[in-house]
Structure formats: C-alpha cells, structure tokens
Design a protein around this ligand. Structure first.
Ligand SMILES: Cc1ncc(COP(=O)(O)O)c(C=O)c1O
Length: 355
C-alpha cells in the first residue's frame, strides 16, 4: 500500500511530514531541561489527579477545575465520551468528511453514526438539524473543520448548541485547531464558561506542538465532566509525567504565539500562490490547507511519494480529488509549491525536498 494511503503512518524517517497537521519542534528545544528534571522522577507514577496542569488550565481558561478533564490527547477524551454516554447502542451525529476519531470511538462501544452533509465544504448546522433522530446522544462539530480547514461562525455554533440542547443531545465542539484562527472571535469557550451547555475539546498536539506527548482536555458543565471523569478512573495514570509537566510549561510560554504567527504567515503565502496560479483551495483557518492539485490526485500523490513527502489524500475522508497538507515551517511551503510545479527548479533546491 502507498504510504500516502495509510491513515496512521507515523514513520519518523519520512523527510516531509505534511499529513498529520503537526507543528515544528524547534521552538520547544529550549525546554529540554524540563524533560531532564522529570527524568529524575521516572520511577515514580505521575500525579493521577493532574493537579498542577489542571489548575493551570483552569486559570488560563477562567473556569473552575471541576469543569476540566484531561485526556491522553483529544483521541482519548472522545473514547471516554463514547464509553460514558453511548450506552445501549446509541448514536452520534457528526458532519460527513470529518476527523475519523468520532466514528471509530462510537463504533468501538457499539454505537451508530449519522452524518450531516457538508454544504460548500463547510459544516452545515441546518443539515445537522435535519439529521437528528431520537437515538442521537452526542453531536460532534469540528470547528475549524478537519480536513477542509473551513470554519463556522460563533453565532452558528451557538445555534448548533441550542438546537442540540432542545433535543437533549450533548453538543461537543472540537476546537483542536482554534488557535490558528482568530480564537477570541471564533471560540465557544467563553460561552461555555458562562454556563452554555456544551463540551469543548482542546489539544496540546497542534498549536502548542506537543503531539508526541499526548495531552488534551475537555471543558464543560460540571455534571458532564464529572461523568467523564468517573469513566477515566479506570486508567488513573493516563497522562504521563513528561506530558503533564511540558503541557504546564508551554501553557505559560510564548510557544503558542510563535507557532500561530509563523503558521498564519505560511498559510497566507500558500493561499496567495494558489490564487495567482488558479489552484482550487479552501481558505484555511488551521495549520493545513485543502486543495485540488491541477495535475490530478494520482499524479500528485505519485510525485509526493517519489520525493518522500507525506500528505493526506482526502479521498479517505470521502472527498476524492482533494489533498490536505499541513505546514509548520518555510521548508514545508517550498516543498508543497514544488510538488505543484509552482516554484522553479532553484526553488526545489532551496526547499531541500528529499533532504
Ligand atoms: C479535529 C481533530 N480532533 C482531534 C484530534 C486528535 O488530537 P490529539 O492529538 O489531541 O489526540 C485531531 C488530530 O489530528 C484532529 O484533527
């Protein structure tokens, strides 16, 4: 099987990893002393209550600690949500062509999935509304949306929450990429902090650059968070000590603003280049861009593989003809433009493709 067709390839020898929406690790290198300090305590179990990190997140997000639950990445929180709420083979509602974790976790506990069609490559709240059935327990809205990179406005998200609450469905807003958009304008966090009945999911894997450590969190009403926390008791040491310590550290560092500023510039460069060359793309509110290679998907993927570049074929999400590629530094941009024949041979050399 072509590596570009394998959803979970995480081979660290690949020279250009544009397929998993990761960040650049260079900005984190000055925190290696934090790692070394934790290493001295490696024989001791990590804090099962995640007290320090939970308090820091609470302070940062202006919520009480009993509105926060941590997970081994958002991945684990989604599984905990399924284990907690999808009893008796109940159903989740999500958009078509979206992050596959919602479906995987629902199916693992015997749940069903209903998909709301996208409209113009964006989540459509009207389509969610049309597809609710009496079996639906959880409704996931990925905002900004993976893999398209599109976003729905805060007003629409609030409407989504109201619709779901009316139908006694728990609304879950996955904001894995929110910091790459205008977070103050687009995030639902404040609404939930002020009593809105929904759960928001956040991760340290993307804008904070800690994908290798596995840590994410959910914020929501105390009763829902309490129910998820009870399920989580089955795995008391889920968040390892390196993850707890590093996440605490990056929360108060300038890593987030550096990564976000860098990625926004890179995405603007790509969008400008795509516009000039008439490459069809979806304006991105994330660290990746979803586009249609003019040479066609097959030829693009063959070329990517030849030069050791991993990208995501959106056919896997049910969007044939589209490719998703993430960028975290200038090399990634050079590499992408080279694959699309948008830079000269010199560009290829300075882009170090296949280095
Ligand atoms: C929309 C979305 N949600 C959740 C996740 C999982 O994040 P984590 O690394 O925190 O498990 C991803 C990972 O790519 C994602 O794209």
């Amino acid at each position: 099987m072509s590596k570009n067709m394998d959803f979970n390839t995480s081979d660290t020898h690949i020279s250009h990893r544009l397929h998993l929406n990761e960040s650049d690790s260079n900005n984190l290198l000055n925190l290696n002393h934090v790692f070394l300090n934790e290493f001295k305590k490696i024989s001791i179990y990590p804090d099962p209550s995640n007290t320090d990190l939970k308090n820091k997140i609470s302070y940062h997000c202006k919520v009480s600690p009993d509105m926060v639950v941590l997970g081994n990445g958002i991945d684990e929180i989604i599984l905990l949500l399924s284990l907690t709420f999808l009893k008796n083979k109940k159903t989740i509602l999500t958009s078509e062509a979206t992050f596959p974790g919602y479906e995987t976790s629902a199916k693992i506990v015997g749940g069903n999935v209903i998909y709301a069609p996208l409209n113009d490559m964006k989540c459509s709240i009207a389509n969610y509304q049309k597809n609710i059935t009496s079996d639906v327990i959880l409704a996931y809205l990925c905002n900004p949306h993976n893999p398209t990179g599109s976003i729905v406005s805060l007003d629409e998200v609030i409407y989504f929450i109201e619709v779901m609450n009316d139908k006694r469905v728990i609304p879950i807003i996955d904001e894995a990429y929110i910091q790459f958009s205008d977070e103050n304008k687009n995030s639902i966090l404040k609404y939930i902090v002020n009593g809105g009945r929904a759960i928001v999911l956040r991760t340290f894997s993307k804008a904070y650059g800690l994908a290798g450590l596995r840590v994410g969190f959910a914020i929501g009403p105390k009763d829902l968070i309490h129910a998820v926390s009870l399920t989580a008791l089955a795995l008391p040491f889920r968040i390892n000590r390196f993850a707890q310590r590093m996440a605490s550290e990056v929360l108060t560092s300038d890593i987030l603003s550096i990564n976000v500023r860098t990625v926004r510039k890179l995405i603007s460069t790509i969008e400008l280049s795509f516009s000039k060359s008439e490459v069809t793309y979806i304006p991105s509110y994330t660290n990746f861009i979803c586009f249609k290679p003019p040479m066609g998907n097959t030829d693009f993927l063959i070329k990517a593989e030849k030069f050791g570049v991993m990208v995501r074929d959106c056919g896997l999400f049910g969007l044939p003809g589209w490719i998703r590629a993430s960028v975290s530094n200038k090399k990634d941009v050079d590499c992408l433009l080279f694959l699309l024949d948008l830079t000269s041979f010199e560009g290829k050399q300075s882009g170090d493709v296949n280095e």
